[in-house]
Design a protein around this ligand. Structure first.
Ligand code: PGA
Length: 253
């Protein structure tokens, strides 16, 4: 592999079951080629995960499939929830947790998020952990204190885990998600330096990959990845179109 950068396609609820399956069916060979240039993780809706993983099994490939969420509970009377164990059984290797849409629209607190991370760690699924501040908090220069309060309980959980896999930590300023506005390089450098300092206090032996997410497209990919701290991208809107996603991944080669 030429490069180990990580590219996560977070489709949110923007592709139906059929559209998700069609994406891999139509582009499987090209996706296999893309995976030679980086770690490609496709995150469709829950229902599309299994058929996509099964379809991919008929190819020799190094693609990964991730869920967008999981339950904070392991099993029991939790109508409508999907447990991490079932995701693991399907062949899911990653799961997004703490995305701002879950935090804001579904009232997920830091403690719910840490419970979800525990479930993922117990099953061996690698969490893709999202943190980030609102536009208001950014304007009020509260970025570091906000991400610090999101990160601290997460780091506490990680430090007590016996089965720590590689961890992926994505900084996603909420004011950048879906807006076309991205932070300037000074802001990014300052944020990642602070995140690294917070993480360093916990002396992890495991690899932590630092990602950026929020309005990533083919025009800003190079400048974002020029930041030495950033080892990959969490891509929403631009990952829905195969050609756009392909361009983004190819740009870092
Ligand atoms: P966006 O979404 O690339 O459409 O801004 C990113 C995300 O929410 O993960």
């Amino acid at each position: 592999m030429l490069n180990t950068k990580i590219f996560i396609a977070n489709w949110k609820m923007n592709k139906s079951f059929n559209e998700s399956l069609l994406f891999v069916k139509a582009h499987m060979q090209e996706l296999i080629k893309l995976a030679e240039h980086g770690t490609i993780i496709l995150c469709p809706s829950f229902v599309a995960l299994y058929p996509m993983i099964e379809f991919a099994k008929s190819y020799k490939h190094s693609l990964f499939f991730g869920a967008q969420n999981c339950s904070q509970f392991d099993q029991g009377s939790y109508t409508g929830e999907v447990d991490a164990i079932s995701l693991y059984e399907l062949g899911v290797t990653y799961c997004i947790v703490g995305h701002s849409e879950r935090r804001l629209l579904f009232n997920e607190s830091n403690s719910i998020i840490t419970e979800k991370i525990k479930q993922l760690l117990n099953t061996g699924i690698k969490p893709i952990i999202c943190i980030g501040e609102t536009g208001q908090e950014y304007q009020a220069k509260q970025t570091i204190s906000v991400i610090g309060s999101q990160l601290q309980p997460i780091l506490e959980v990680l430090t007590t885990s016996k089965n720590l896999p590689a961890i992926t930590l994505a900084y996603e300023p909420i004011w950048s998600i879906g807006t076309g506005v991205i932070p300037d390089n000074n802001h990014l450098a300052m944020v990642y330096e602070e995140i690294q300092k917070m993480v360093a206090k916990y002396h992890f032996n495991h690899k932590i990959d630092f990602l950026y997410g929020g309005s990533v497209d083919q025009d800003n990919t190079k400048s974002i990845l020029n930041n030495d701290y950033i080892n990959g991208l969490l891509i929403g809107g631009a990952s829905l179109n195969f050609q756009k996603f392909q361009k983004i991944v190819s740009l870092q080669c």
